[in-house]
Ligand binder design. Sequence first.
Ligand code: SF4
Ligand code: SF4
Length: 266
Amino acid sequence: MNSPKITLQTIKQQLDDFVLNSPKNIVPDLGMMRLFDRPLLAVASADDAYWEELKRPEVIGPCHLSPTEWLSGARSIVSCFLPFTESIRSANRSEGEPATEWVYGRYEGGFFVGDVCRFLVDLIQRTGGHALAPSVNERFAIVNLRSNWSERHTAFIAGLGTFSLSRSLITTVGSAGRIGSVITDMELEPTPRPYTALEEYCRKCGACIKRCPPMAIDKSGKDNNVCRIYCDGTKVRYAPRYGCGKCQTAVPCEARRPPVAQVAST
Ligand code: SF4
Ligand code: SF4
């Protein structure tokens, strides 16, 4: 185990600088549009009991690897939520077809999240720790639509937010964004998990139900298969890009944790 040679505050400062100044966070095709704003960062302990919970078939399943199965001696997991910029979110507030800005956010944004993960790995390694980012690791796999590392569940365990009716993760800066994480043998102080319920930040207002073009969402949750087929179908117009994200835009949880009072009047 490595004693801490870097603090979460230092990681945050350097990550902010990387995200806000990287040319890879810019899309020249779309008038130099920026993909992501300042990220949220949190830390989970490799000892957290939730890792074992994820192995239950009704959660993800035994295919989900725990931090120590990814990295021997793992102590901490740094989870990062990258919120989409207003440019991407506002463009997708229309109904029907996904906005071009949104599909760039999903596709180019996905590559940038990989860059963010590699940046964090390199940062930790330069301070003497070992680190690994499952989503860009050669062992990462998706079998029967279940991955061996879930960024959303990791973010939940780290305290970044809770799940929603549309199965996105609602953070204090909303649900429209992407998530990455890095496992390290550095001992970092876990951040508090300021909630107790899985869907605590979702007010069940139903706005996402009305936004979904293929009606994949109802009061009991989201049909992942209906969503996936619809999103895959958008490749006809946008290939290699694709996506939808209507359930994460023009809804109370788009860019904040929805306040109770607002949802009550929705
Ligand atoms: S739109 Fe409402 S019901 Fe849907 S995820 Fe957001 S808060 Fe929950
Ligand atoms: S991404 Fe689109 S298709 Fe999928 S649940 Fe959200 S609104 Fe529906």
